[in-house]
Design a protein around this ligand. Sequence first.
Ligand code: GLC
Length: 441
Amino acid sequence: MSDHQFTKQSAGAESEPKETFVDYNALDAEARRILNLNDRGGYTVPTDGLYPYQWNWDSAFAAYGFAQFNIDRAWQELESLMAGQWASGMVPHILFHKEDARYFPGPDVWGGVGPIPSSGISQPPVAATFARRVYEMDPLAGKERMSAIYEGLRRWHQWFLKWRTDENGAICVTHPWEAGRDNTPEWDGPLKRIDPVGVGEYKRRDTSHVNPEMRPTKFDYDRYIWLVNLGRNLDWDDAKLKEANPFRVADPTMTFLLLRAHRDLQALGEALNLPTDGMDADIALLEAGARSLWNPKLQCYDAKDVMADEWAGCVSSASFLCWGAGIENERMVAHFDRVMQAVKYGVPSHDPHSDRFEPKRYWRGPSWAIVNYLIGTGMELSTDADVRARGRALAENTREAIAKFGFAEYFDPLTGEPAGGSTFTWTAAVWLGWASPTVKG
Ligand code: GLC
C-alpha cells in the first residue's frame, strides 16, 4: 500500500466493508515531484541510477508530463531530444549528456556519431504524437517552438521509412533495444541465431540496481552487446549495417507508433502551414505495412523475423497498439479481453496464457503504464463505442495500479507488485496526463 492510500473503518463495526480512500491530490503532487526530481536541467532521466541519461521515448512522455504543469519545460524536453539528431535524420535512443559510470553500455561502447555523445539506434517515435498533444494544450505558447522542431521530426520519420521498412512497409528494429521492449519473446528466435563471438567480459550495471529476476538474462545481454559492437565497428553506417546485421524484425511497436506519429505530424503541419508533401503516401505505405503484420495462423498482429521469414507467434502488448494507428480488427478485441481477464492489472506485455510468460521479467509479462497509455488512448479513438469504453477502463485499471503500488517502472500483472526501478518519470507523466482522476477532459 502506498503512503497516499489509507483504509477507513468505522470504530467497532468489524463486519462492515472497508472503504479505501485515495488522496489523489497527494499523488498528483508526488508525480510532479518525480518529474522535477529526475530533471537534469533541460532533459529528464527515466530514474536516477538505473537510467542516468536521456532516453528517447521516455523523454517524449516526460514532455507530456511537464506540459500538465509547466508548458515551457515540456518544449525544452522535446528540444533537448531533437538536439541529438544525427545528420542522417536518426534521433538516438540514448543521449549521454554527462558521463555516468552507473550505466553500461556507455558512450565509449556505443561510439555514436551525432552532435551529442549517443547510442547508435533509435527508439519508438512517439515524440511527434506528444508534440501534438503539448501544442494543442496551448497553441499560442507552442507555435514557434513546434515549428522549430517540425522539420527535424519529419527527417526522423523519413529516416525510418528509408532505412527500416520491410518489403511491405512495416518498420523493422535492428536491435532489441530499438523497440524499447528489450527482452520480449518476439526477439527469441532471431537472437538465438546470433553467436556472440568476441563479446568478451563486461560488467552489467543494471543487475546491481534491480533484482536480476526482473531483468534480461545473460544470454540476451551477450547478444545485445554483440549487436552494439557490430554497429560501432561499422561507424553506424546505415547502408553497411543493412547488409551486415543479422537482426531485423518487422515490429508492431514501431509500425503502429510511427503510423500514429506520422498522422500527428501531418496534422501539425497543416495547423502550422508547414510542408506536408508526400505524407499521404507515407501514411498509405505504413498502413499497408501495419496490415502486413497480421499473422493469419495466430489471428493477431505479430512481429516477423525478416531474415528468416518467420512469425514470432506472440500476442504481446504491442499487438494492441493497432487502434492508435487507426487500424481496427474485431479479433483484436477478443484477444484483448482474453488477456485482460487473465490478469488483475493489465496490459501484460506478453500473453499470460503462453508458456513464455514471466510476470516479473521486464517485457516478458509485466504491465507498463506507458504502454497502457498508448493502447488506451488509441482505443479511445475507435469508431466503436465498446472499444472506447475499454480504453477508459484501462485508464482506471492503470490508476488503481499506480495508486496502490506507486510510480514503478512496471508492475506484476497478476498481483500489481511494483517491479524494476522506482520514482519513474514516464509512470509519473502517464499519471498526470491520463490516469489521475483530476485530469481534465
Ligand atoms: C528500458 C526499457 C526502455 C526504456 C529504458 C529507459 O531499456 O526497455 O523501453 O526506454 O529502459 O526507461
